[in-house]
Each structure stands twice: as structure tokens, then as C-alpha cells.
Unconditional design. Structure first.
Length: 322
């Protein structure tokens, strides 16, 4: 099993299954390029990320794929890699991401497998085309870009981490989606306030407001806003809300009551960050609007997919969790 990489300078290279798992050669071959970029930017942040990336490559400090994941990557996605990023083609859409420093081929592929190849949040033509999206916990923009590629009218992409936000902006530019995706360097919650965000650079800049107990290395002061406050005065009707915010999903729901009641959007959100998420989160949504039905999806991760029920179907479907 092999993947062919086509570099921008015309070179081609076949990557075997073993090399996909290890992928050390990429960073070693492009080491001087990254040093140049670091000096050019004069950024401690970039130097730190570069050091972590090189150490991760040398000592294999990154997750391995299961056989099923490798098969999905190889048979579903086509890669083109260059020293500054990666282009991914899934047969219908072309997505471009920066991954030189923080996100390497392996880690980027994990995100794409989860969000794109596995369709983690259950995007369809019906719930996507012409709709306005909220992406809470946008990270580096994979879901936002995928939604835009699938036909979303607009995507408000909320990412409080400064590191992830800057990469997301460049990814939006790479994909030519600046007129559709609106990047917002804030988090969503139940109150407008300032809060510390705990960010772990050793784990793809994993960040959390509610659960800082995973060995996080950097703390950022971030701005939190409610979705209701953000939407005030806007004419957009929200059609889809996606949430993956490391345990902060309940707070976001509580800060979006008015928007949910008025616009009746589809909601697709994580169901595994806290022990009681599978019971508590549907309860909170039903307290906001009892006409929602939630299904538990078993795809890349456990996620709820919730739709507003029409009056005539309410008696049959209300409260069902599959």
C-alpha cells in the first residue's frame, strides 16, 4: 500500500505504509527550510513548535493509525505535500492546510479522516447547502473548510487559541474561502467574559477552558462571548451549529438559547468529554426547545446529531436517542 506525493518542484515520491506511520523523512528533508522560516518570522512561538515537531519526528511521539484508518486514508484521500503545507483531495473537494510546524502529515490525516472521510458531524446536501454555520472550536479550520466546500453559504469559525487561529486564517486563504468563512478569535460560552485557555503544544495544540488537567504547557487569556450576543443585530439565520470544545458544550448551549429557539438549527456536537455528556447535553437542549430529537453517532468519535422536529412528527420522535 503506497501514496504518491507530488511536490511543487515536480519531484515525485512513493510513501509506503510503514513510512506513513513514521513519516520522519519529511521534517528531516525540509529542516533547513523550516529554520529559514523561523528566522524570517523571528517568532519564539514558531521556534517552539519547530522544536516539538522535530522531537516528535525523531522519537515518534505521535499516535499510530489503526489498519482501518490507514485504509481510509489510502483509498479515500489524495495528498500533495510541499515544504509549507499539504493539499488533500477527497474526490470532490480540494482542501489546503498549513502543517509545516504544528501539524505534520500523520496528525493532519487523523483530523481529515475524522471530519471529512468519516463525515463525523453528518453533513448532507440538505443540511449544508445555502446554510449559515457556527463552528465552535474550529481549531485550524478543517470542519469550516469542509462545510464551505460542501456548499455552506457562510461559516462563522470560532477559535480562541491564538496559535490555532492564525493557522486557520492561513488555511482559509490557501483554500480561497475568505468570502465564505469568517474567522473569529474568540470562544463561545454562556457569558461574555475573559478566561484562561490551557494549550498543550505537545498534542496538536489541544486546548481547553473547562478541563486543563492534561499537562498543558501554555496559558492564553481569551475572550468568551455568547452566541446570542454575537448574533444580535445580524440578519443571518443559523442553520447548523457544530461544537467540539473539550467539555464546554453545555455552556455554549446555554449562551445560545435565543438563537436556537428562533432559528431552529441542526446541532452536531461532541458527546464524550465529560462522563455525563450523553445524558446531560440532550437534557439541556430539550430544556431550551423540547422539539429537538438527538441521535448518538458512532463515527470517528461519539457525537450527537440533533434536529428540530416538525409538529406532526413530535409525538413519534421526541426524545429518541439511538
Amino acid at each position: 500500500m503506497q501514496i504518491s506525493l507530488n511536490y511543487e518542484d515536480g519531484r515525485m515520491e512513493d510513501i509506503s505504509e510503514q513510512e506513513i506511520e513514521v513519516a520522519a523523512g519529511y521534517y528531516i528533508k525540509n529542516f533547513w527550510f523550516m529554520i529559514f522560516r523561523t528566522m524570517e518570522r523571528r517568532s519564539f512561538e514558531v521556534a517552539f513548535i519547530l522544536t516539538i515537531a522535530v522531537l516528535r519526528k525523531l522519537f515518534r511521539l505521535y499516535p499510530y493509525y489503526s489498519k482501518a484508518e490507514r485504509d481510509v486514508i489510502t483509498h479515500t484521500l489524495i495528498y500533495r505535500e510541499d515544504p509549507s503545507g499539504i493539499t488533500i483531495h477527497d474526490g470532490n473537494n480540494i482542501m489546503r492546510f498549513e502543517c509545516s510546524f504544528l501539524y505534520d502529515l500523520n496528525l493532519m490525516a487523523v483530523l481529515v479522516v475524522e471530519i471529512v472521510a468519516s463525515n463525523q458531524y453528518n453533513l448532507t446536501d440538505e443540511n449544508t447547502k445555502g446554510k449559515v454555520f457556527i463552528d465552535a472550536g474550529a481549531n485550524i479550520g478543517v470542519f469550516s473548510i469542509y462545510a464551505a466546500m460542501r456548499g455552506a453559504k457562510k461559516v462563522y469559525a470560532f477559535e480562541p487559541s491564538g496559535v490555532n487561529f492564525n493557522i486557520m486564517k492561513r488555511n482559509i486563504e490557501r483554500s480561497g474561502l475568505g468570502k465564505i468563512i469568517v474567522p473569529i478569535n474568540k470562544g463561545l460560552g454562556n457569558k461574555n467574559k475573559k478566561m484562561p485557555l490551557h494549550c498543550d503544544f505537545k498534542n496538536m495544540c489541544w486546548s481547553s477552558i473547562s478541563n486543563p488537567s492534561k499537562g498543558c504547557s501554555i496559558v492564553e487569556d481569551i475572550t468568551i462571548t455568547t452566541l446570542d450576543s454575537f448574533m444580535q443585530g445580524k440578519r443571518d439565520t443559523i442553520g447548523f451549529i457544530k461544537m467540539d470544545t473539550e467539555g464546554y458544550e453545555e455552556n455554549i448551549l446555554l449562551g445560545a438559547k435565543r438563537t436556537i429557539q428562533k432559528d431552529e438549527p441542526v446541532l452536531s456536537f461532541s458527546a464524550y468529554h465529560k462522563p455525563d455528556d450523553k445524558t446531560r447535553l440532550p437534557e439541556v437542549l430539550h430544556e431550551i426547545d423540547e422539539k429537538y430529537s438527538c441521535r448518538l453517532l458512532h463515527r470517528a468519535e461519539l457525537d450527537f446529531y440533533c434536529e428540530h422536529i416538525k409538529e406532526e412528527k413530535l409525538k413519534i420522535q421526541f426524545g429518541s436517542v439511538q
